[in-house]
Design a protein around this ligand. Structure first.
Ligand code: 5GP
Ligand code: MG
Length: 171
């Protein structure tokens, strides 16, 4: 698969990251926020966002893999859990993209069970037309996008393209 077209330029990404950082800095003013990055896709978004926050920030990471059968009923497994539980912390989950909503629904349940002081979700990309799970919805969204497979700025196809500075479609 080859890159077909840029749908979000690096300038647009930077602009939106600034806007999200301003919103989050306002909402969490005076608090320390723990950014929980979902590896690997969320990592580029997380480090850009973190550097724009006017807050005290802690970073933690988790990694999951999902195995899907033909009916897309996925089993989600942790390949890396948090270094420290988020109990009592203001946790903000950083996701690359919300598609069916299964991953986010699972992760929000898992993390809220640790009894954080607060829990919210920031997703760079959202595909509202693809939702099959009526569950947790992101509190902050970078961009709503149509139902197309995208890569770049953390998102991969077979581990490739994560380092692109823009979001593009493949074909
Ligand atoms: P969900 O559980 O919401 O269906 O899936 C979320 C995960 O699927 C994302 O974290 C991401 O890993 C993957 N995903 C969904 N849509 C895309 C896409 O357009 N491009 C890439 N690279 N990954 C996607
Ligand atoms: Mg992901």
């Amino acid at each position: 698969m080859e890159i077909v077209k840029t749908i979000i330029s690096s300038e647009k990404l930077a602009e939106r990251v600034d806007e999200l950082a301003a919103l989050i800095s306002r909402d969490y003013a005076g608090r320390t926020v723990t950014l929980v990055c979902v590896l690997k896709g969320g990592v580029i978004f997380m480090v850009d966002l973190a550097r724009k926050l006017k807050l005290d920030v802690e970073l933690d990471f988790l990694e999951i893999s999902s195995y899907r059968d033909a009916t897309e009923s996925g089993i989600i497994k942790f390949t890396k859990d948090l270094s420290n539980p988020i109990t009592g912390k203001h946790a903000l989950l950083i996701e690359d993209i919300v598609d069916s909503g299964k991953t986010l629904n699972y992760l929000s349940g898992h993390l809220q069970a640790q009894k954080p002081a607060s829990f919210k979700v920031c997703a760079l990309l959202n595909k509202p037309d693809r939702r099959t799970v009526n569950g947790y919805e992101p509190d902050y969204i970078g961009f709503d996008i149509p139902d197309e497979f995208v890569v770049g700025y953390g998102l991969d196809y077979a581990q490739k393209y994560r380092n692109l500075s823009y979001i593009a479609t493949l074909g």
